[in-house]
Design a protein. Sequence first.
Length: 263
Amino acid sequence: MRLNQFISIHSKFSRRESDRLLQSGRVKIGHKIADVATQIPQEILENPRKNYKNFRIFIDNKELFYHKDSNYTAIVYHKPKGELVSRVDSKNRRLIYDGLGARYKHFMPVGRLDFASEGVLILSDSKEVVKKLMESSLPRIYSVKIDCKINEKMIKAMNEGLTLKDARKGGHKLSKIKEMSFAPMEFEIIKNANISKLKILLKEGKNRELRRFFAHFNATILDLVRLSYGFIHLNHLKAGKMRFFSKQEYEDLREFMEYGYEG
């Protein structure tokens, strides 16, 4: 990570303002004026509270306290199809950390997307952040494509909710989940034909919830993309690519961590 981005995350300055500070010689690392191209050492990103003394940042001779206890880093990864949200796999399938690279091995994912799904996956180096995001009712929006027309039974179940005594169909063959309840869903039908497309909003992430739901109606999901998770949106991030949270997203995250979400 470049120094300008690091400053924008941990201060009131935008990335562009951070660039101007660096160009005008107002930023120092220790006693030396920082270079515009300065990169943040990996040990700082991994453990700032332990290592900050070796990389003290000063702006206009005032120290930037990026090592305070509330410090954390969060990233957005566009998980592609064919990657497993796991650290290890006995079948040697591709993992998200193969796509992200070794520098993010210590980051933890907020929930999961199954092997055949893609889209927004948030990761952080803070257990507290991951736990609170995962357990929240922040809306998750999905784009779903199924192999048949959307019928009245599906629409009724999406509007009213559904409880299945046998929800194994659509789940992983090794899953121990047998029963599942589905809360009413907010949805928009984009296309209703032999191959149909919907946009669906969920407020929790149950194991293969949408695949199990549509399998009950003998429909197979052809594509499933998570477009957003709360205030984090996929936008134009390409599959297999990652980015750091923006300054606004960090502000939203800090507000969420302090006040939670009511929706």
